[in-house]
Design a protein around this ligand. Structure first.
Ligand code: SAM
Length: 380
């Protein structure tokens, strides 16, 4: 069945369950790479309902854990020790092998390839990624996936050779990627909910955190509301939260330009600074531990005071060191011949970090010149 036919089947499935209203407001655009996004057919005002998906269509962690237990796939005791996200991944894997699965029309339109960071080749990660603790995070994801697959999936599948194991494992990893990159928050659920069609909204970063929850459970439906006005013809986004580009790459496989929530995490000893703790840099500057380490004697609880008392020229210099390091990585990355999507993602990730460093450098330069922090907003 080709992609158009799969999509038509998915739409019919939605219509059978009375999911039709959205078409008055939204159109779905399909990209060549198989991804999709919503556009506004009419002007949309903040707070209006975009989409309502009935409970029956949702795949939730709680439903899945009961199902796995009922089918004796995993017994009660181990189930409580397996993270909900992995249980939903196992469920997706099993359902996608069932010809008559209720969710088949949905499963068929899920993306077939992902760019989550743990899927990147080690040669790319180890040479071009300087974020603190990223390699252990990637390795732990890979290990957990292998262990879960070996422990809970393989005993129920007939696998007589290594090639078959590899094929099944790749399919399991694809299911896991679908779950982490699409699951929606559902209070009281061990994992959250996969919301067919609701998971086609792309993410946008907001300058300030949202005042209300715009995607939530209401009266037996998962309801998506507009968090701002959208003009006709423009892309309609939701917001996945205040995610840094590192988090976006880890869990969703993309980065944003000018992401106000971007961060850069590092260990100062990498720059020959005597401090063993991890330091986080965001648009407000360095985390308190670095400020404390290089400040004069002052009350650490008051960040404004701490910055006033800190040698901002030194903080500026640390930004410059980080900037040089990131620029050098970017130069090396430019030499990589492969112009594949993952290389492009790493480049845009680094460009985002350089932009962040520029903003913070300007901030510390201004503080240094003025001698106090009045021009800087530390309200976050
Ligand atoms: C919940 S899905 C959104 C729907 C997705 N576009 C699709 O067709 O299935 C999340 C995935 O969409 C993509 N995505 C979401 N927001 C994006 C954005 N602002 N820029 C680029 N890709 C985005 C990423 O691949 C992410 O893993």
């Amino acid at each position: 069945m080709d992609d158009d036919a799969k999509w038509s089947r998915f739409e019919r499935w939605l219509e059978t369950h009375q999911v039709t209203q959205w078409k008055q407001l939204l159109s779905l655009e399909h990209y060549d790479d198989g991804y999709r996004t919503f556009h506004a057919k009419k002007p949309i005002s903040k707070g209006s309902i975009l989409l309502e998906i009935p409970d029956l269509l949702l795949i939730t962690g709680n439903k899945v854990s009961k199902w796995l237990e009922r089918k004796n796939w995993i017994s009660h005791k181990p189930i409580s020790g397996v993270p909900g996200i992995l249980l939903v991944s196992i469920f997706l894997f099993l359902e996608s092998r069932e010809e008559d699965s209720f969710w088949k029309p949905y499963l068929e339109v899920l993306p077939t390839s992902y760019d989550l960071l743990f899927l990147f080749q080690d040669s790319l990660l180890r040479s071009f990624v300087m974020e603190a603790d990223i390699i252990p995070k990637v390795e732990s994801t890979r290990r957990i996936l292998r262990d879960t697959f070996q422990r809970y999936v393989i005993p129920h599948c007939y696998v007589d050779d290594r090639d078959k194991w590899v094929v099944l494992f790749k399919e399991f990893v694809r299911c896991y990627c679908a779950v982490v990159s699409r699951i929606c928050f559902l209070p009281g659920d061990i994992a959250g909910a996969l919301v067919p069609l609701g998971d086609m909204f792309n993410h946008e970063a907001l300058d300030v955190p949202m005042d209300t929850v715009y995607a939530k459970w209401e009266r037996g439906y998962y309801v998506f509301r507009a968090h701002r006005n959208f003009s006709i013809g423009t892309q309609v986004f939701v917001s996945y939260g205040a995610c840094s580009n590192t988090e976006l790459l880890l869990y969703y496989g993309f980065t944003l330009n000018e992401n106000p929530w971007d961060t850069l995490t590092f260990y100062p000893h990498e720059l020959d600074i005597k401090l063993n703790e991890k330091v986080i840099l965001d648009r407000q500057g360095f985390s308190v531990n670095l400020l404390t380490a290089i400040s004069n004697d002052c009350d650490e609880a008051d960040v404004d005071n701490l910055v006033n008392e800190t040698n901002c020229a030194r903080l500026y210099d640390i930004c410059s060191l980080l900037e040089t390091r990131e620029s050098n990585i970017l130069v090396e990355l430019e030499k990589v011949e492969r112009n594949q999507r993952r290389v492009r993602l790493l480049k845009s990730w680094i460009r985002g970090r350089l932009e962040l460093l520029r903003i913070v450098k300007d901030m510390y330069r201004n503080i240094n010149q003025v001698g106090h922090i009045q021009q800087v907003n530390f309200s976050k």
